[in-house]
Structure formats: C-alpha cells, structure tokens
Design a protein around this ligand. Structure first.
Ligand SMILES: [Ca+2]
Length: 194
C-alpha cells in the first residue's frame, strides 16, 4: 500500500488538526495515555511557503508505523535497540522503489526507546535530502509539542534541527542524538537538510 493513494488520509488529518485544541486538556491524575506511534509528512520549503500543512495519522505500534511508511511488513520488536531498528528500516527501504522517503524518527523517550511513543517523519520525495531537498514541519502533530527526547535521522538528512518554537524559530539543537539536554521535551518545529 502506498501512502499517497490511501483514501481519506487528508480528511483524517484534518480531523486530527481540528482536535488539536483539546489535546492538552488532561491532568496529572488522568491514567497514562497509551503510547501512540504517529506517522507525519514533513513538507518541502516551497510547499510550506504556500501554506501546505503537516499531515499525520496514528498507529498502535512502532512496527505498524514503520510498515506504513515503507510499504513493507517491517518487524521491530518493542524495545529493539537503535541498531536493530535501523537495519530493519534499511532492509525495508532497499526492498522496493519508494515514492516517499523516511527522513527521521522522534522518540518520546531518550536513547531511541520506542516504548513511550514515536513520531516517524517522511517526505513526498524519492530522494529525501540526498538530492538537496530541504523539508520542514512548522509545528508538531497533536500530542507531540514539547515531547521529543531523542531522534534518529534517515534519508540523507544529516542536518535535523529541532527548534524550541514553532515556525523554525528560537533556540535549536541539530539532533540525531540519544539525549537532548536543555532541549529535552522542548521541540515545537523541525527542519531537515542534507
Ligand atoms: Ca519526552
């Protein structure tokens, strides 16, 4: 299944965006939320200038999220280390021609631990950053503002900036990194570049 032809994705994403305003209404006495695994599409800088928004949807497991982006049934055990995750993803990407490119995974937990939730980013470009592409997410999907604690880039995007404020502004940390220091739980927008 290719993401681009999945019917209703845009409508679904719109519903999620509408729901965003209430996403932070919980209190500390609420039961812990189920870990959610989000797949989001970052946009090329020229698309962003035209007002194209990040689209996203959620999955119940990290493996399902990665399988959705790669179009291959990827097996990733819960708690798999970053080497296992990376090799599973690279094997999946090698096995077919992609119209999309996975460009990075944000983790709620430090040390690339998928157990608290993941945010997998892709772009609508077969080359990712490898042919000079630059991509942005001017805000985060619902539930992911001020949440990223580690990140691993893919797709030739050796520069992945995590910004404290929306619109790629404020202090930022270039991060493929297992911990984020003062930027822990601070990311509100992101930018990918070669
Ligand atoms: Ca976090």
């Amino acid at each position: 299944m290719k993401f681009r032809v999945a019917a209703g994705v845009i409508a679904f994403a719109s519903l999620l965006l509408i729901g965003r305003a209430t996403a932070h209404a919980g209190t500390s006495s609420d039961p812990p939320a189920q870990p959610r695994h989000i797949v989001a599409r970052a946009v090329a800088t020229d698309q962003a200038a035209r007002g194209v928004q990040v689209e996203y949807r959620s999955f119940s497991s990290f493996a399902e999220a990665i399988s959705f982006v790669t179009g291959v049934d990827v097996r990733i055990a819960p708690g798999a280390d970053i080497q296992s995750q990376t090799s599973a993803i690279q094997d999946a990407v090698k096995s077919r021609l992609l119209t999309n490119t996975l460009v990075g995974i944000d983790y709620d937990a430090a040390s690339f631990n998928s157990g608290q939730g993941t945010l997998t980013w892709y772009v609508d470009d077969p080359n990712g950053c490898s042919a000079g592409g630059v991509f942005v997410a001017s805000s985060m999907p619902a539930g992911w503002d001020d949440r990223v604690s580690s990140a691993q880039s893919f797709g030739g995007c050796s520069t992945w900036n995590h910004y404290q404020l929306t619109g790629m502004t404020g202090p930022y940390l270039p991060c493929t990194c297992s911990t984020m220091g003062v930027m822990d739980n601070q990311t509100s927008s992101e930018r990918w570049a070669p």
